[in-house]
Design a protein around this ligand. Sequence first.
Ligand code: FAD
Length: 403
Amino acid sequence: RAGVVVVGGGQAGHSVVSALRGAGHDGPVTVLADERHLPYQRPPLSKKAHTDPDGIQVALVPESFYRERDIELRLGDRVAALDTAAQAVVTESGTRVPYDHLVLATGARNRALPVPGADVPGVHALRSLDDAVAIGKALGTAGNVVVVGGGFIGLELAQVAAAVGAQVTVVELAGRLLSRAVSPQLQEHLRQRHERGGVRILTGTAVRAIEGTGRVERVVTDREVLTADLVVYGIGAAPRDELAREAGLAVDDGVIVDEQLCSITDARISAVGDCARHPHPHAAGLVRLESVQNATDQGTLVGRRIAGSPAPYRSLPWFWSDQGAVKLQIAGLRTDTDEVLVVPGDSPERLAAYSFRAGRLVAVETLNWPAEHLAARRLLERTAPVFRSDLTGSTLGALARAR
Ligand code: FAD
């Protein structure tokens, strides 16, 4: 019996197999994972200095979880190709693994930094546990840290480096931090918080080269030369969709799937998590999301579908980022919004920004205000819309209690 084969042992792959067994599916289940670690969560990697490699606890579940559920977890086994005609995957070691249903959960890879010197020792990107260990080791001795990219991972790492006493400069090409993901109003607020915490921020600044003899010493930008003994860059990620593309499946910055998360080319293949591009009721076109919520909920949906309970993917997107003392949370999708209302909380650290599309609330960002974030999720999950006019003088927390 061939059974279910999952490629990728990350957040989404783990969620597929735990939902499969949770829903009573008792056929063979195999996970092929190229990393050698048990499936783990990535968010803690950028939120703490991992200076003690033995102290990192990020595994999603202990190894016994898979053994007890008869899930074959093959670590360090990379899939090199798909043979969709024969319904099998081929691993790098040449083994063929047949499938009845295949789930692609291959995640994303960091975009490479396209400047000379990006390969000098002391220049790191962060995606894997091994990357976090290498950065943690370097942080132990780094005096000057340059973070290239003012996105979520870059800003989290900037705070981590500052907390261990380094002088930190963030270099961002765009005119603002987090320019794609966060409203301009909150971006400015976040920038001030980082600067008050001693992190130097250079926006509208391009990195031209990284220099050093044997080890990084300088980052050359179009404005100034920065001293650096550690450089960390986070300039976005690209989906690992090459297996699907080479097998002739529809791919466009992610494996294109339908609302059940099945490949639109081959119904015996699903894609979940960072590598999937999917329709969503909160978006005009197809979206690809990089978040724990998306990976977990999509994995669960596909596991349950294979076990016999299909449903369309409709989960409300939500996300968080911890940047030092600031907890940023986002509910909903901010694309195509045309109005932002900033609402102060009951203390100076708290702030919310409500984003509207044609007068209807579609996304809520909060700083250090978890109760308002949860109220936003409750309200946005419901089919009854919240309009701009519902929110005069009312927080979402008050509105959620009233409704
Ligand atoms: P992954 O968890 O990346 O797993 C994919 C796995 O597939 C990897 O182990 C990969 O090596 C493996 N793989 C790929 N190709 C093959 C192959 N051919 N054969 C075998 N295995 C293969 N999200 C949030 O919501 N909040 C946060 O605060 C947050 N912080 C983050 C911090 C960092 C540093 C990073 C990197 C990500 C963060 N994210 C956060 C994003 C979140 O972790 C991802 O969206 C999530 O892990 C996606 O799950 P996934 O299973 O799709 O991919």
